[in-house]
Each structure stands twice: as C-alpha cells, then as structure tokens.
Design a protein around this ligand. Structure first.
Ligand SMILES: Cc1cc2nc3c(=O)[nH]c(=O)nc-3n(C[C@H](O)[C@H](O)[C@H](O)COP(=O)(O)OP(=O)(O)OC[C@H]3O[C@@H](n4cnc5c(N)ncnc54)[C@H](O)[C@@H]3O)c2cc1C
Length: 394
C-alpha cells in the first residue's frame, strides 16, 4: 500500500486555502505562551480579538452592503477551525461572528443600518448573548426574566447566568418573557428578543458579576433590576423571539463544530509529534500500538466529523434545511475533539499535565463543547424526536 504523505494535521484537500493561510499567519502571533498567561490571569485575550476584528475575519458573515465580507458559513467555519487548529481559542469572540444574524434576518431597516456596519468594523462589539438562566437551564421556555412594556420602553427584571463576554461587549442580545407562560396560545410564544446597549445600561439597572470557571471564557452572571430598554430595540415582533433565536442556532452549531474539528486536529498533531520524539525503553513511544492506535482512531473520528460539518455548512449555504446535520455536526465534532483531547493527554503521560505543553489547557477548553452551547443529551433528544420520529422525552 502506498504511504500517504499527508501530515495528520492537514485536512485532505483543504477548503479555502487562502483564508486558512491568512488565519494561520495571524494566529502565529499568538503562541501558547500568550494563551497560557491569559489563562493563568483569567485575562481577556484582547489583542487577539482586536487582531481578528481588524483583519475582518469576525465580519465574514455580514453582507458587503453592511460593510462585512459577505462570505458563506463554509468560509466562516474554515476561519474558526484554523483558529483552533493553531492552538488559539475563538471562544473569546465567536459570538461577534454569528449573534448579529438575528439582527440581519429579523431586525428592521433602521436597526440593521444602526448596528451592522459598526459590528462589521468592530466599532460595536456584539459578543453577549443572554439566554441561559440559573433556574431554567436548558428549558429555555421556562426562563423567568421579564420585559414589561411601559410607554416607549420595556422594563426588564431577572437574571441570566453564563452570559459570556458581557464585560467585553457593547451590546447584548437578550431573550426575555413578554407574555406570562400561562397566557400564551402556543408554548413557543411569549418570549421576545432585545438589543441591550450595555454601555448605557451598566449601573442603571444592569449589573455584571464574573464567574470564575474551569476555563478562561470571560463568563458572567447578569442581573436586571428595572432596566429600561427602548421599545425601538425590540427585534421583530413581540412574543416571537424564540423563533428568531432558534434560526440562528444552526449557524452557531456549525461554527462551534468547526472549532471542535480545529481542536481535534491540534490534539492529533501535538500527540503525533510527541509520540515520534519521546523515547522510552529505547524507542519512540509512537512505535507502540497502544499509543499509535488511539491517535489513529482520533484521526478517523475527526475526519468523519469534519465531513458532517462540511455537509451541514454546504446545506446552510445552499439555503436548504440543515437542522439535523448542524446538530449531528456539533455532536460528532464535540465527541471527536474530546476523544482527541483525552488521547493527547494520555500520549503525553505526566507532561500532559504540565502547563507549558498547552495540552491541559486545550483539554479543559474543549470539554466545554459537551455542555455548551447545547449539551450532547439535548442533541440526541433532537435527533431521536425530530429525525427519527421517536416520542418526545421531555
Ligand atoms: C463556559 C460557558 C459559557 C456559556 N456561555 C453562554 C452564553 O454566552 N450565553 C448563554 O445563554 N448561555 C451560555 N452558557 C450556558 C450553556 O448554554 C448551558 O450551560 C447549557 O445549555 C446547559 O444548561 P445548564 O447548564 O443549565 O444545564 P441543565 O439544563 O441544568 O442540564 C444539566 C444536565 O442535564 C442534562 N439534561 C437536562 N435536561 C435533559 C433532558 N430532558 N434529557 C436528557 N438530559 C437532560 C443536560 O444535558 C446536562 O448534562 C455557557 C455555559 C458555559 C459553561
């Protein structure tokens, strides 16, 4: 059998080589030491986010008419994958790329004109997305934050949790209840989406409290105490907010899946290099099948998952339904990155635990994707119910 000379980290016939090369060049300026320091200090990687913003990568999905690059989700996925494959972390800013989709698809002309060009240029940061609450968790329809109309404002009260990047964002997309649950005709109605200008709101009904977490993700709790939000900041129709949020979720899932593929490829490249170099019992550890096979398995799993990410992105760009594929892409890619993470740590033995190898940091970071932005169980429930027609389990 002819040997295949591709490096393990190089995707076969990689898509968009120019974009990938440009992202790799940018990421080369942010090596492991940069991320280690930020992680140690729980500091926001501002320089990295600024560089990505200035390069225009975060505006990839904004149409050219609003100052973005008007690229498709396949290109956006290539950007996120390369960031993670280079050892960097898009979690610091990925929301800037896709959260604006709710404004783009459902905002009115004035909102699009007011926000999209500034989001594209980076003059406005839309990094915060307030959905999850402490008491409702995954059960979004039970969220308790309310927005009550009062003249030309809404008055918001309640609390969000895990609102990432709130301290590093000018705007927040907020999901709140505008009609009590027991007064809606359809259970999926009664929620509305608002653009909250946090620069005006902070200290005037909005408070942010950082959560120290396992990973450096700038995540927070957000408290609303009679916060007045202009009615002009309501997106689309009142009570239809869940639909506006849901239709952006396929994009989020595909892009997060691409990040997972990037992580998996980083772990596989790192483990392969180490397994070739590390000599124990007078030979490279990579000569042992006990080390080789888990690397090979992780590689096969990540390549298979990458195909599903590509398929979901292709369907999305073609305007075809892609809910099943986007969910499967997220599930398979998150599993592949976690498999690769575990393998990489094991391949490194004790050194996998040492900060300086970056393995333990990436290991912690990629674990998130089993839980957020949607947990593995909920994706399985979606596939069971909506793809296979099994009874709803919750
Ligand atoms: C670092 C980080 C950043 C985040 N950033 C954001 C953000 O920016 N904005 C935001 O809105 N949210 C954010 N989240 C929240 C994230 O989306 C939620 O943590 C996630 O959706 C799960 O919700 P939960 O934590 O309340 O878990 P719960 O809903 O309490 O679930 C706990 C466990 O039970 C399982 N479970 C629950 N119900 C079922 C069921 N019916 N069947 C089977 N299993 C079930 C879940 O899968 C999970 O494993 C973030 C979370 C983290 C950790």
């Amino acid at each position: 059998m002819a040997a295949d000379k591709r490096g393990a980290a190089d995707a076969p016939r990689e898509t968009f080589p120019d974009i990938r090369e440009a992202v790799r060049r940018l990421c080369a300026g942010f090596p492991g030491e940069y991320w280690r320091k930020a992680d140690r200090e729980r500091a926001y990687p501002k320089e990295f986010v600024d560089a990505l913003t200035q390069s225009g990568f975060l505006a990839a999905l904004i149409p050219e008419s609003f100052g973005g690059s008007g690229l498709g989700i396949r290109q956006a996925a290539a950007i996120m994958e390369e960031i993670h494959k280079s050892g960097c972390n898009g979690g610091a800013c990925h929301a800037q790329m896709y959260t604006m989709g709710t404004i783009l698809r459902h905002g009115n002309a004035a909102q699009k004109q007011a926000y999209l060009p500034k989001i594209a240029s980076g003059a406005l940061r839309l990094q915060a997305f307030g959905v999850t609450e402490p008491t409702s968790g995954t059960d979004t329809l039970s969220l308790r934050t309310t927005a009550v109309r009062d003249g030309d404002h809404y008055v918001v009260n309640g609390q969000k949790v895990w609102t990432s990047r709130a301290e590093h964002s000018d705007l927040m997309l907020l999901l709140a209840r505008t009609t009590p649950k027991d007064r809606v005709k359809k259970r999926t109605e009664g929620l509305s989406v608002f653009i909250v200008d946090m620069r005006e709101a902070l200290g005037r009904g909005l408070a942010i409290k950082p959560i120290r977490a396992m990973i450096n993700h700038a995540t927070t709790e957000v408290f609303f105490d009679n916060l007045r939000v202009p009615a002009a900041n309501l997106i689309g129709e009142e009570n239809k907010g869940l639909y506006y949020i849901l239709d952006g979720m396929n994009v989020e899932r595909i892009l997060i899946a691409a990040e997972c593929i990037g992580d998996a490829r980083w772990f596989i490249a790192k483990a392969s290099a180490y397994a070739k170099d590390r000599v124990v019992f007078g030979r490279p550890i990579g000569q042992n099948q006990g080390i080789q096979f888990p690397i090979a398995k992780a590689y096969a799993a990540s390549e298979a998952a990458a195909l599903m990410v590509e398929r979901a992105a292709t369907l999305f760009d073609a305007g075809e339904p892609c809910g099943a594929e986007a969910n499967m892409a997220k599930l398979l890619a998150a599993d592949a990155s976690w498999q690769a993470a575990d393998m990489c740590l094991q391949t490194h033995g004790g050194f996998g635990f040492a900060e300086e190898y970056d393995v333990e940091r990436k290991f912690r970071e990629t674990r998130l994707y089993q839980v957020a932005p949607i947990s593995t169980n909920l994706i399985l429930s979606y596939i069971a119910e909506h793809v296979l027609g099994l009874p709803r389990s919750y």
